[in-house]
Ligand binder design. Sequence first.
Ligand SMILES: *[C@@H]1O[C@H](CO)[C@@H](O)[C@H](O)[C@H]1NC(C)=O
Ligand SMILES: *[C@@H]1O[C@H](CO)[C@@H](O)[C@H](O)[C@H]1NC(C)=O
Ligand SMILES: *[C@@H]1O[C@H](CO)[C@@H](O)[C@H](O)[C@H]1NC(C)=O
Length: 311
Amino acid sequence: MADFVAVFLWFCNFLLLFGFTDSIPLCTESNFCNTYGGSKCFDGEKVVFNKCDTQFPSRGLCLEKIGNGYYLNTVAHPDGSDRAFFANQAGKIWLSTIPEQGLGGTLGLDESSPFMDLTDQVHFYNSFGLMGLAFHPNFARNGRFFASFNCDRVKTPGCSGKCSCNSDVNCDPLKLASSSSGSVQPCRYYKVIAEFTANGTASDISMATRAKPSEVRRIFSLGLPIAFNHGGQILFGPADGYLYVMLGDGGIEEDHYNFSQNKKSLLGKILRLDVDNMPSEAGIVDQWGNYSVPQDNPFSEDNELQPEIWA
Ligand SMILES: *[C@@H]1O[C@H](CO)[C@@H](O)[C@H](O)[C@H]1NC(C)=O
Ligand SMILES: *[C@@H]1O[C@H](CO)[C@@H](O)[C@H](O)[C@H]1NC(C)=O
Ligand SMILES: *[C@@H]1O[C@H](CO)[C@@H](O)[C@H](O)[C@H]1NC(C)=O
């Protein structure tokens, strides 16, 4: 559905842009369906609508250019103010005010003054880097925020953890290393989620314009099988407050080791973690980091699933 909406909005804008608005007075899903009978092509493929109702609001999509930077992540400030965090793949995070709509303002982001600079911890190359940023729902009170990034075991002390290629998932790191796709040592690169704090730089946490790049806690650390397709976005569930972690299959082009289908592998999955209730030292032995598992994760119905797995 999301894909359809994106395509639909794109198409609406296309129509508006090229002045086809006369033939389509209202840019709604129903109008679109009525006009094109559900058989419009996009990229040569037939689009079939499985739902065609009149509830889609009759609004277009208006884009306003406010800046020109190369940002991989944009995250609204959790205090609801008109500010957002912007992060680049190399590991810098900036905080900037979003100009008021329609007044022609620009982002005014001072690249020389980042909110936090993680570039000396982040392995930035090709598809590696700072991949995700998430602020705790109570950030304004507790100052907690989280970054998802890659590190290189050879270059960064503390870049370690469990290797995703292990006997639980029938993966032998030696075989993986000698296979044709293993030009890189398995688990040289890690997917890390680390917690940081905005405490201590302003009396009111919301007003903090800087955070120290020293880690409060390592939440998650997973050695990657090869060097590609590892995902890494992190988001807090707006209703449940759990941390959702998107992980790729770790393959080059295909998932040769079927990690995605393997219920014991965390690769190619969405994980759902509780970062508010930290386990005891004993509790983390079998886990991949400092978090607990929500009791209603799908493993409660399928006990073959690794408990972190949400989808
Ligand atoms: C940050 O401040 C909040 C509120 O005072 C406190 O609960 C939290 O423990 C602090 N976190 C760190 C890492 O110091
Ligand atoms: C849990 O966090 C501590 C403090 O950052 C860290 O030393 C430890 O390695 C983490 N444990 C795991 C399993 O990541
Ligand atoms: C992965 O799954 C496919 C399809 O089930 C199978 O043909 C292939 O042998 C599997 N590969 C491995 C390494 O287990």
